[in-house]
Structures are given as C-alpha cells and as structure tokens.
Design a protein around this ligand. Structure first.
Ligand code: SDX
Length: 384
C-alpha cells in the first residue's frame, strides 16, 4: 500500500511477470530474441517458417522425417472449409481485413469436430489446422479483393508460396517466397505480447483454442500492436519524398503524435527483427521499382532521424513493424494485408503459449482499485 492507502497500480501491467515460459526470451536491454534458446539471427540464417512452427509447437527442432510429416499435415489442412471460403468471398469489400480474418477463424470453429475438445491431441490438431489455414484465409482475403475470388490452395507450396498463389492466382517467384518466409519466421513468436496475452486470458477460463485465437486476432488489429506495420507505410506515403521526412517527423513529434513502427514496451534498443528486415532495404535501394526506391529512402531517412532524436535519449528505436512496408510493397503485397499476414505469422506463437499455459492453468483475474463512492443512496426516478 502507498502512503495514501492506494495500492501501487501497474498501468498496462508494465513490468509485471504473470507466468514463466521457456518458449521465448525477449531481452529488451541488449536487443536479443530467442525461440526455445535459438537466437532469431540463427533461425533467420538457417531455418524456415514451417520448421520454426514445429519448434514452437513441439519445443524442439524436427528431424527430416518429422519435418516432412509436419509439412504434409500442414498441406492437408490448407484448403478452407467451403463455408469459410464463402464467408470471405461474401464479406463486404470495404470491411476491415482483420475483421474478416477474425470472423473467418470463428466460422472455422463451427466446422471443426475438434473445436471444443481440449485434449492435448485435439489441441495439437487444431494448432496445425490454424497454422495452415490462417495463411490460406489471408491469401483468400487478398484474392477476393483482387477480383480472382477464392483460389484453392496449392498444397505443393508452403505457407509463403501458397499465400502468393491465392493472392494472385499465379505461381510466385522463388526469391519472393524466400523473403516472405523470412518475414513470417521473424513475426512467429514474441513472448507475452498483447495478442498472446489476450489469447491466454481467454484460454485460462478453460474456453477453447479457437476462442483464444479469435481474441488474439482482435487484439493484434490495434495500431499500437500489429496494426503499426500498415500505419508506418501510410506515414511513408504521407511523407511522399525523402526530403520531406525531417519536417514531417518534427511536426508529428511536436504534435505529440506517435511515429508508427518505433518504440516498444520491452525493447529499449534496436529490435533485432527490425535489424534483420532492414538488411532487405539495402537491396531495395537499387530496386527497379521507383515507388519502392522512394519508400526505402524515406524509411532509412526516418530511421536515422528518429534514432538521432529519440534513440539513446528516450529508448525509442525501430521495431519489427517499421521496415515491413517497403519490403511487402516490393513483393506486391497490398498494405491492407500487412496485419493479417502478421496474424498468419504469429499463430504458432499464440497456439504454443495457450497449450503451454493450460499445463499449469490459472485463471487470469487481476485487481482493479475502486475509487468511487460506497453505499450511495438510491433516489427514486420521480425525484431525479
Ligand atoms: C508490436 O509487445 C510486443 O512484443 C509487440 C510486438 C510483437 O512482436 O508482438 O513486438 C509487435 O506491437 C511492436 C510495436 C508496434 N507499435 C508501434 O510501432 C506503435 C508506435 N509505438 C508506440 O505506440 C509505443 O512505443 C508502444 C505502444 C509500442 C510502447 O509504448 P509504451 O511502452 O506504452 O510506452 P509509452 O507509450 O508510454 O511511451 C513512453 C514515452 C511517451 O512519451 P511521454 O508521454 O512519456 O512524454 O515515449 C513516447 C511516448 O509518447 N513514445 C513515442 C513513441 N513510442 C513511445 N513517441 C513517438 N513515437 C513513438 N513511436
């Protein structure tokens, strides 16, 4: 209790440990990130999204036979139930894509016989189904908005390749698939971030995995979290030309606006994922696409400005969302799919944490300090 009799309130649960886990270490002081002990740099260099999904769901890397079996399971689950494909096709074209994705996942549950079976085996089956189908659903949302409707998944491709195939109806080039696969890997897991935490809160009532994932998708949508990637690109478009960057950023900061893609509740130094994504921008500076070159120059100018102004002094550095815009634009991915793609990346992390939390489940129910009146007198309406 504080002197005034009030308990210490940790707004936003800042700095509060609510559980422990060996899935992911986020070292905000040194800017390091580990999935089950493997550094993000090691995984980015040597692994791929499907292998990392296996790691997150099983706690270890697979051998060749296990990875092949896992890939086959993902491939089998890639097609969407007709009712889900239909919902996406019939959704209003101006509906928020994260609303469409959240609705699609809810409808997936209606047609999954495992939906309310909370056994370990059923939860693993659902995790594989969800890991596979979120990428299909995001591809389908894009395909429907591109006017080609629901393209049946090509199960010969992984999540990244199939996403492009469902978005465009064409087989993607290998370089684009490699870049997107890395982006999916980099976004796959991040400890107790807001969307993972909200999934855990839902699961901790002993609800079900689909409900937990639906909560997580709704949480990821916000611009303070997963929605920042699209917002950061919108800012780059608003800046327009690299030479406008300084005035734009200075005006925004003077107006107490947040610069999307910068700052982090845990990282008080460069987000290691942003460092890896930034490597791609060195290549994009020489892009044949003028818009991509322009966005890349703006992003690099904004990065330098923000680090000079708020880096060491305020601990505000680029985060995972900042450089996605130029990278995804170069891949032909429309900005309205950035956050849905983030969800399709993060689904293994969400499922891994929920299944682990259930092993020593505890209802999440924090306290709220009451600061109102007590025993207030009830005045009949005729006298109010
Ligand atoms: C993700 O948690 C995770 O792990 C999330 C994530 C994951 O992988 O799951 O890493 C993904 O969500 C990354 C973050 C994406 N969001 C953004 O880029 C949105 C812009 N960033 C800010 O809104 C902010 O930095 C947060 C929300 C990310 C973190 O904010 P905090 O910890 O609540 O800090 P704060 O808002 O209280 O800021 C502290 C100070 C404030 O100034 P004062 O009011 O004290 O004067 O820093 C300032 C803020 O105004 N500040 C910024 C800023 N971020 C913080 N000022 C300008 N631009 C910013 N981006």
């Amino acid at each position: 209790m504080q002197d005034n009799g009030k308990p210490k309130i940790e707004l936003g649960l800042e700095g509060v440990y609510f559980t422990e886990s060996g899935i992911c270490k986020v070292d905000g002081v040194n800017g390091r990130l580990y999935y089950y002990g493997y550094s993000i740099e090691t995984l980015a260099e040597n692994s791929n999204f499907e292998e990392v999904c296996y790691l997150l769901l099983n706690g270890r890397l697979p051998n060749a036979a296990e990875l092949s079996g896992f890939r086959n399971s993902l491939a089998q689950e890639r097609p969407l139930p007709d009712e889900v494909a239909g919902l996406i096709e019939d959704s209003p074209k101006d509906a928020h894509p994260m609303d469409v994705l959240r609705s699609a996942v809810s409808v997936m549950a209606l047609y999954d016989p495992d939906a309310n079976d909370n056994s370990d085996a059923a939860n693993m089956r659902k995790s594989i189904r969800l890991v596979s189908r979120l990428a299909s659903a995001v591809g389908a949302i894009g395909g429907c908005r591109n006017g080609i409707g629901y393209v049946k998944p090509d199960s010969s491709m992984g999540a990244a390749g199939n996403f492009f195939y469902m978005l465009t109806g064409k087989k993607p080039d290998a370089e684009a698939v490699k870049v997107l696969d890395l982006m999916l890997l980099l976004h796959a897991e991040h400890s107790s971030n807001a969307s993972t935490f909200s999934g855990i809160v839902t699961a901790a009532t002993l609800s079900d995995l689909y409900s937990a994932v639906t909560s997580a998708i709704g949480t990821l949508k916000g611009p303070l979290h997963g929605g920042a990637d699209q917002a950061a690109l919108e800012m780059m478009h608003a800046i327009g030309r690299p030479e406008n960057t300084e005035v734009y950023i200075n005006d925004a900061l003077a107006g107490k606006k947040k610069i999307m893609g910068f700052g982090h509740r845990v990282y008080k130094t460069y987000d290691p994922r942003a460092r890896i994504i930034k490597n791609r921008l060195e290549i994009l500076q020489g892009s044949a696409n003028e818009e991509v070159r322009n966005l890349t120059s703006i992003a690099l100018a904004a990065e330098k400005l923000m680090i000079d102004k708020l880096g060491s002094s305020h601990g505000i550095w680029p985060n995972v969302d900042f450089f996605s815009g130029p990278v995804y634009t170069d891949l032909g991915i429309p900005d309205y799919l950035f956050t849905p793609l983030f969800a399709a990346s993060r689904i293994p992390g969400w499922c891994a944490h929920v299944m682990q939390y259930w092993k020593s489940n505890r209802l999440v129910r924090p306290l709220e300090y009451y600061n109102g009146e007590l025993d207030t007198q009830y005045v009949p309406i005729s006298q109010r």
